[in-house]
Structures are given as C-alpha cells and as structure tokens.
Design a protein around this ligand. Structure first.
Ligand code: AHG
Ligand code: MN
Ligand code: MN
Ligand code: MN
Length: 322
C-alpha cells in the first residue's frame, strides 16, 4: 500500500506544501491516540469555557485545538492558522507560504458517547502584503483551497483528502503510525435514496425546503417516486463520509431559529473543505443560492447553509428552493 508522501508527489503537490500537510497530520495521529484511550487519557467531559461562537467547549475541543495549533505554529511553511476554537487568526512564520484553518474536533456532542468524531482542515495560499495574523488570509473563496481534508476517528482512523486532484482515502496504520492509501479515488453516485439532516428543526425551515423534505418523506407514492431513508450522526464528518461512501445528501439548511444566525455550519473550516472533497469525488456542494466554493466570505467564522452529496439529489433539492 502506498504511503502518503509518495502519493502527494504522484499528485504533483508542491514540495513546500508537503511538510505542512505532514505536520498537520502528525497532530491528528496524536488526537487519534488520545481518542482511543478515552476516559483513560482525560479527554472526556466539558470545560467551563465558551468559544467565540457561544458553544461550551469540551475538553477534547480544547486539547485537539492545542495539539494542532502548537505543531502548525512551529512549522516554517505556515504563515497563520485559524480555528473554530480561536477568536481570530494566529500568526505563524512570517515567511510561510500557506495558511491553515481547522475544526479541531467535529461532532463535539459525540465525544462523551463514544460516537463518531473527526477533524476537518483546509489550506490556502498566504496572501502577500497582508499582516501574518490578519483574518484576511482566511476570507478567500473556497475555490482557492490547495488542500482540503478530514480525519474520521471511527472504528479505524481514516483520512479523506484532496490536493486539487481526486479525493483519496487513507487509513491510519497504528502499528507504524502512518496513513496508507486504501482507496485511490472516492466517487459519489449521482442518485441516492438517503438523506441526512436534523428533522427537529423542521418548523424553522423555509416553505421551499419544507416542501422538498415532505416529498422525500412521501416516498414511492410521492413526486420523487422512491423510498428514502434518513441518517443523522450529529457529526458532519461522519454524515458526509457516509454520503461520500454510500451516496446520499447531507443538508444543514438555513432556518429562522435565531435571526442573527440563520445557518449553523461554518464556511471556512466545515463547508469549504467538505465542498472541495465532495466535488473532487464527483458530487455537488451548494449553499441555497450558489456553489459553496464560489462564496466570497466576509468573516472568519461566517456560517452558511449546506447541501452536499449526490449531484442529482442536490439539484432536486435546489429546484424546490427557487
Ligand atoms: P462542532 O462539534 O465542530 O461544533 O460541529 C457540530 C456540527 C456538525 O458536526 C454537525 O453536523 C452539527 O453540528 C450537528 O448539529 P445538530 O446539533 O443540529 O444535530
Ligand atoms: Mn463546536
Ligand atoms: Mn464542526
Ligand atoms: Mn468543532
């Protein structure tokens, strides 16, 4: 089985970018180890702190953030980092060519139930003439990402990553501590009979979106003419991985629960990397009115609606929103 670095070379990845990816992944191996140890490594439970998004931080949110941050800030190729758990961008090496953003621990509510959790990351080129600690590095549209990936700490630890070419799957070999290529190209089917969304928010959705979901629920007797199943892990990494593996559509629509916050997921370190991975697996990733990767961000922690997965199902959903 091919190791990570030769695969990156085969993909023509710049020799400046390879060490940045390796450093980031070194941190995920440490997180994977701590996650496996569970209660034995003191990673369960909550802290008393809140992040800038008003979420109570779990111990593992803080530990994972610190591990990734510390390693990346020592990596010469990194100009700045941004994280779900950091208020603003943090400066790294002034000569670094790249900036890295991450959701250190996705699926925080699954930590204490021994459920699916992961890390999501994205790498952009650093902007010249901009201060190293400026949020501006992180408000580039997703179509400028040079690398996007997620690590899923499941029964096995897997890495799904693209550097512009195909989305590839690697499995962490815990005996050697290396990510080995186990699927050369992930490819998501265009049609599906499975959807992933939090149905409890139904009353807060737009009429168009309610209409779409109603028709899914009508199954073979409705206008969609087929029976659908619903799955919801409460961790985007797990839900999107299921979609990319088995087909499906993962949706977190905007809603009117809180007028100041019409969407839940964050563009920079959740929607954008998942969108790039999905598109490079042949799927489609839209917000309600445009392709996620074309959104021009205006803030680091900006939130966005997401409709991600099997291309024909994403199109079917968008048709109801017109
Ligand atoms: P995070 O744990 O990084 O804050 O992200 C949680 C996100 C995402 O992973 C998941 O899809 C969604 O929140 C779950 O939302 P619900 O609470 O509505 O199920
Ligand atoms: Mn969170
Ligand atoms: Mn998340
Ligand atoms: Mn998180």
């Amino acid at each position: 089985m091919q190791r990570l670095v030769p695969t990156l070379r085969r993909d023509g990845v710049s020799s400046d970018l390879v060490p940045v990816i390796r450093t980031l992944l070194a941190a995920t191996k440490e997180i994977a180890f701590r996650v496996r140890q569970g209660a034995l490594s003191g990673v369960l439970g909550s802290t008393l702190d809140e992040n800038i998004q008003g979420e109570t931080q779990k111990q593992l949110d803080v530990i994972a953030n610190q591990l990734i941050k510390d390693l990346l800030l020592e990596e010469p190729g990194v100009r700045a980092i941004a994280s779900e758990e950091e208020d603003n961008a943090v400066a790294g090496n002034a000569n670094g060519k790249y900036v890295v953003a991450f959701d250190p621990l996705d699926g925080s509510s699954n930590i204490d139930i021994n459920g699916q959790i992961g890390t999501i990351f994205t790498i952009f080129p650093a902007l010249d003439g901009v201060a190293a600690d400026s949020d501006e590095h992180f408000t580039q549209p997703g179509n400028r990402q040079v690398c996007a990936g997620y690590v899923l700490y499941g029964p096995s630890t897997i890495l799904v990553m693209t550097t512009g070419g195909p989305s590839r799957v690697y499995t962490l070999d815990t005996t050697h501590g290396s990510y080995l290529l186990t699927q050369d190209q992930l490819s998501v089917a265009a049609d599906t009979q499975e959807f992933a969304l939090n149905m409890a928010n139904q009353r807060f959705w737009s009429e168009g979106f309610k209409g779409y979901v109603n028709d899914l629920l009508l199954g073979e007797t409705g206008p969609r003419g087929k029976r659908y199943n619903m799955r919801w892990n409460a961790a985007m990494v797990g839900d999107v991985h299921r979609v990319l593996t088995r087909s499906g559509v993962f949706i977190y629509p905007s809603d009117n629960r809180n007028p100041k916050q019409p969407a839940k997921l964050r563009l920079l370190y959740e929607a954008n990397p998942m969108a790039m991975i999905t598109e490079n697996a042949g799927g489609k990733a839209w917000s309600e009115t445009q392709r996620i990767l074309d959104i021009q961000p205006d803030a680091l922690h900006q939130r966005v609606a997401v409709i991600i997965g099997s291309a024909n199902e994403v199109d079917a959903c968008l048709n109801y929103l017109k």
